[in-house]
Structures are given as structure tokens and as C-alpha cells.
Design a protein around this ligand. Sequence first.
Ligand code: ZN
Length: 545
Amino acid sequence: MSLQELWGSYDHVYGKRQAVKARIESNLRTPSGFTYYTTYYEKGGSKAIKKKTGNKLRKPLAEVKKMEKTTPKTLAELQPFLRLELALYCMTRYQAIEIFPAIFSVKDKRESWDMVCSLRGNLAFEAFNNLHNLHVSVDDNTQVAYYPSVSHMVRGIEIRTKLGRYLNNFKDAYGLSEVEVKAITEKYAAEIAAKGNWKLEFIAHDDKSGWIDAYDRGPQSCMKQEEAVQVYAHSKSELRLAVLVEGNEILARCIVRETEGNRGYLRVYPDPNGTKAGIWLLNALEEEGYGDQINLNKCLLEYDGSPHEPQAPYIDRVAGGGQFAEVYYEDGKNYLRLTTDDEAQFQCDNTNGRATENERNHITCEECGSEMDEDESTWVEAEEISVCEHCLDHRFVRAYGARYQEWARDDGDVVQVNGNYYLIVEAYNHDIYQCEVSGDWHHMDEMCLTSKGMVHEDLCFNLDHEDEDGNSYAAEGDTATLSDGTKCLDTEVHDLTNGDTCHKSEASDKQAEIDAAELEDEDETEVSAAPPTIETLTTELALAA
Ligand SMILES: [Zn+2]
């Protein structure tokens, strides 16, 4: 079969033929698991090695394709699948998932499955279990579930059966006698029965009362002040409390942590060395994927703000964890962050529920009085004080001063315009002025100069007659409409003798016009009168004399 045909036949399952092919050609990391190849390959490799790598994967892929529908019953029949798995594990996970996604989706699910431990150590079973992934059925814990063939695995179909039936089916391959099958089956039944009463439960990461209650009811604790454990529980916490529950009793407990793809457990109480409950919880956590012991470094605890003795439990020193804590600001809130740094502000090694102040150089926020690391403080030049991040966020803003932005107290001395802050005394440097009508601050571009000073454009009227100072705008309420319908400043209106109004700059011209018009009217009246008679003329002359 040619390479081309081979890829073609895998399209339906693996897809992205070209992409996968390109990866095998150029990116396959460790063709045989030897570092020698890796180093050589990363330096560029040779064509021959690339070819060899490709073959290492192509061959098992083709064989697995052939065995897809069969249920392997001997190790020889299973071999192609094991070779394929090995080849896939020689690549980066990302590449391998693209080539055979089913293997990885099953492995990921395995974290949450209850595995059948009583078969561990049987080499044939371990080999088969790469394909089978035998586990306690999620729906019915009296049964087990597994993938009998590659086809089942690819399609995600599990077969549910009794453990005894499964073992009988494969007892030849596993080299088990009937007596051994019976013994394993009985032991398993006993395990299931015991587990019927003992349950693993988790107290949620933010369930304060749940945490306090579990410590209160649980095994003997060095924490006499159980209330302090509530600082473990908050919305950002990475911790949960695993507890072994029997009825109303809590027989064992252990903090577990999930962080950046890592998960692990802290310390199991009571000590697994010598207590059944401790061992049970440790095993149960391992099956849940918390197999590694982990520390609490960088873990956030709730902080009550106390500068000297904040509430804090005794922190277990396991897996290289520290017992120190520093105030850490995140998303608008201060937390205690655990650290190994012996210069951190607090030390969490008390069993009285309170941390103590660590002797070292730290500084005080001159705004709120809380303690902080020097590198978490900010110097506010304008007031010559150091403040903490919390105060900085809530009480100060970056405002434009004489030229550049600087920290300024967000109070009456600062004004916000179009999203920027300005120191009022320096605002004019940035063309920011206060509107003389509304008292609000605006950029000059949105304002007009009036007889009152700068006024926002929405509160101004255009003048038809410039005012005395040459302004062509006036503030609302300062204008008057003249007889000819034009607008001017209301203090510049002139009343004419005929009852009309005009702008005072036009007063003399207009008045002259009116006077001239009146004179003309009088002349016309005389002309239109009847000519005098002799009698009237004589009378008038007599009176004049
Ligand atoms: Zn402060």
C-alpha cells in the first residue's frame, strides 16, 4: 500500500491528512525515545532519519487499522496497538492527539474513573489495559466497563459486564486459573462493599461554613481555632477540602489544590501511616487524579485587612511549601499570598488562628495605614506620600498637570473631561475651561467666547450684532431680539423714538432716518391744506402787527 493510500484510508478517523503528514515529516520529536535522536533531530536531522520516524508511525497505524474490528485475545494480537501507543508517546501530546484522538480522550477520562486495582501488577493485564481501560462502571458500581476493540475505543463505546465474566474471557491471556479469578472477584466485591459506606466528598472552594464544619467534626486537628480555615474558602481559591465521610461522620480530610494544570494533595489527616481512614483517603485521592503531594506556594487566602495579626490557619510545610504570607492585590481586593519568602510580611505558623508579623523591612501606606511590600507601593509626588495599590486604585487618578500626567487625588482639584483627568489649576494648559453658565468643564473646541467668558456651545446663541468686545456669541438669557428680527446682547438694545428697537451701534443712523421721515410728513401736511383766503391773511397780518 502506498503512503498516499495509507493516509487516505485514515482520513475518516484522523482527518487533516496534510497537516498530520507535515507534522510527521517535520516535527516528530523523539523517534525512538532516545535523546540522541532528539538532539540530532532538533538540529535539523537528516532525510533518512525523518523517513525512519515516519515509518515508525505508519506501520503501527496500518496494523491498528487492520485490527480495528477484532477483539484481541493474545498479547501478539494486541501488539500493534501497543506499538502505536509507544510511537504516539514519542511525539508531543498535541501532535499525537491529532493522529489518534481516541487514545487521548480515553486517557483523560481515566482520571475520573474508579480503576480496578486488584489486577495491578499482572503484566499481561497492564498491557491489555492500554486498550481496555477497565474501570468500575460509572452507572453501576457492581459492574465493570471496558473497550474490547480499537473500534469501540475510537467510537467511545464501552462494554459493561461483571468483573468475573471479564476475567473469564481473558483468563488465558492473563495466565489466571479459575481459582485466581474467583479470588480476585471476591476481593473486588469486598472492596465495593466497604466503599459502600465510605464516601469521598469535596467541600467546595468557596464554601466557608463547609470548611469550618469539616474541621470541627473531623479528625483531631492542630487547628484549635477552626474558624481560621475559612480563609481558605473564597471565590478565587484553588483549594477544595477532600473528606472521607461515613454517614454523619468525617473520618479523614485533606486539602487538595488545582493550579495551572497541576493538581495534588497537601497532608492527609489522620496520618495514612497507620490509620485505615488515612490510607483510604490517600488512595481515593490518587484515583481522583490527586496522586502528587503539592504545596501552597502562591496560593491566595482571604485577608481580613489586619496589619498585624490577620486571621490565618497553621500552614503545613509539605513539598517545599513556605509558611510565609504577603499581602497581594488582585481584581480590586487584597489577599494573603503564601510564599517561601522569609521576608514576607506575615508568618502563618500559629495554631491560634492568627498569623504574626514577620520581622523585616516593610513600609506603611500613608493613606490607609496598611503594611505593604515596598515594591507594591506607589509614590504620589503631588502629596509626597507612598500609598498601597488599593488606595491608589480607589483614591487617585492619573491627571494631566502642567504638561504630563501625574498621580493626583481624585477630589475637587481634579476634573474629568472626555475620559481624561486634569488638575484644575493646570487645565488651561490643555485648553480645558469651565463653562460660565453650567459650571461644567469642557474642551475649548466645544465652547464659545461670550461677554460672560467661556460658555459651552449648547448654552450659547449666535449674535447678529457683535458685542462691544467683538464676541459673536452670547450666553443663553443674555440676548434680545430687535424689531428687525436680528439678535444682539440685551444690554446693547437702543429704544428709538418711534417705539422700535435697534442695536446701539446703529442708534444714531436709525434715529436720523426716523427724524427725516417725520419732517417730510409735516411738509406734506402743509402743502395739502387749503390755500388761505384774503380774510384769513388779513386777520393774521393784523394779529402780527
Ligand atoms: Zn492604602
